[in-house]
Design a protein around this ligand. Structure first.
Ligand SMILES: *Cc1c(COP(=O)(O)O)cnc(C)c1O
Length: 435
């Protein structure tokens, strides 16, 4: 085991981690249901769904069976010139679930690429309409849409993870992050800012991209569904395409099948990923409506200019079919509702701790926002000692467990978060007030 850690430390990059002074990593031996077992035998209850993905838990018999059945036929064939049952069946399933009007599917190999494809669709659409001046994208402050270059250009330009690259990124337009709380009134200031931006810039705008209802990696912020209704209305009024990035929110996480459903709107372009393949393989999808598809098809270059090597990988599509079918069977609704109720009661004590700024819960997402940034290594060490897997970022401790989690297991997670937020490990780099 120590060899594993040594080699890893010496040679492997981890997400957003320095090679010179890497954060500790914990070798995993196996995982099943909501439990992740380390090589040293310790067992952890998963509070992350491996970043929104493993909604049915790990080592799921139905997903395993789908994967081995596909592998016994073939694992991958190029999607140029071929098609296959798993891609078609997944397409049927998706179209039966997504907001109305979306009819065409591009299978991408990761969420960031799904966003790249969405932006490319929008640009090609306006080229096809003979409006090549519509090239800019409107995005939100606090947004996160991925790590590739076009995706980075629509992430928060200041607070985001990519401020380092600002000089190399396309100059997009940013609206203030919505301030209207999910369960509060819809604030005129949010509406006014958006109206003003559309009125001033619509001629150069190709699309408005947003993460509906929940801004995820940019701060776990929930906002009012009326914001989406206004976005849809302004996009129609000013001829701007609406792109909904539901890579994190899709497939039930926020309490509705898709976060767009909170506002009963349909985007022109929809990005899916993460939970799409149940946490098994990297797969994403960009869907669009007939208007976008036809607009591109009538352009000077009628083909969508994208085609990854592993497009519609059969193993990924097969496991996604199984995962999405489980979602379609509908148990997630009761599961997410029960998780929401328990997160609300289980995290309630945190509101009174002096280091806590706010506690918020929506669907199967529970967030404890602290006053100061947390020390990731220390917090994770304590989590592992408490038998849970939670990964803080910035000021945030958050839970988004697999939907299959049982009440006693979730109680262990919420108790751990209460303990951590009661006596937090502040990051070394923070100067505490008065210190
Ligand atoms: C995770 C995420 C992405 C990027 O997906 P990857 O598969 O990590 O490339 C894009 N948008 C949102 C909203 C995400 O949460």
């Amino acid at each position: 085991m120590s060899n594993t850690i040594e080699f890893d430390r010496e040679h492997l990059w981890h997400p957003y981690t320095s090679l010179a002074s890497p954060l500790p990593v914990y070798p995993v031996a196996k995982a099943s249901g909501v439990r992740i077992q380390l090589e040293d035998g310790r067992s952890l209850i998963d509070g992350t769904s491996s970043w929104w993905a493993a909604v049915h838990g790990y080592n799921h018999p139905t997903l395993n069976a789908a994967l081995t059945a596909q592998a016994s036929q073939f694992s991958h064939v190029m999607f140029g010139g071929f098609t296959h049952q798993s891609a078609v069946q997944l397409g049927r399933l998706l179209l039966s679930m997504v907001p109305q009007g979306l009819t065409k599917i591009f299978y991408a190999d990761s969420g960031s690429i799904a966003v790249e494809v969405a932006l490319k669709m929008a640009l090609q659409f306006w080229l096809g309409q003979g409006q090549p001046e519509k090239t800019r994208i409107l995005a939100l402050r606090k947004a996160y849409h991925g790590d590739t270059f076009a995706a980075m250009s629509v992430c928060d330009p200041v607070d985001g993870m990519h401020s380092l690259f600002q000089g190399q990124l396309a100059k997009q337009l940013f609206a203030p992050a919505p301030q209207s709380r999910f369960d509060g009134p819809f604030l005129e200031q949010d509406a006014a800012a958006l109206r003003q931006l559309f009125a001033a810039h619509h001629q150069e705008l190709a699309a408005f991209i947003l993460e509906p209802v929940l801004q995820g990696a940019g701060g776990m912020r929930f906002y009012h569904p009326d914001y989406l209704r206004l976005a849809r209305q302004l996009c129609d009024q000013y001829q701007v395409l609406l792109i909904a990035d539901e890579i994190a929110t899709g497939f039930g996480r926020t309490g509705r099948l898709f976060a767009c459903h909170h506002a009963n709107i349909s985007p022109d372009i929809l990005c899916l990923g993460k939970a799409l393949s149940g946490g098994y393989l990297s797969l994403a999808a960009t869907l669009c409506n007939d208007k976008v598809a036809q607009g591109i098809s009538h352009g000077e270059v009628p083909a969508l200019m994208h085609g990854p090597t592993y497009m519609a990988n059969a193993l990924a599509c097969a496991v996604a079919c199984a995962s999405v079918s489980l979602i379609q069977q509908g148990q997630w609704q009761a599961q997410v509702q029960a998780i929401e109720n328990q997160l609300k009661s289980g995290l309630a004590p945190c509101t009174s701790y002096p280091g806590v700024r706010e506690v918020r819960v929506l669907g199967a997402i529970g967030v404890v926002e602290m006053l100061h940034p947390l020390d990731v290594a220390l917090v994770q060490k304590r989590c592992v000692a408490l038998g849970v897997w939670v990964r803080p970022f910035g000021n945030l401790l958050y839970l988004m467990p697999p939907f299959v989690i049982q009440p006693d297991e979730l109680a262990i997670l919420t108790d751990a978060v209460c303990q951590l937020s009661k006596a937090p490990d502040w990051s070394q780099s923070v100067v505490l007030p008065g210190a």
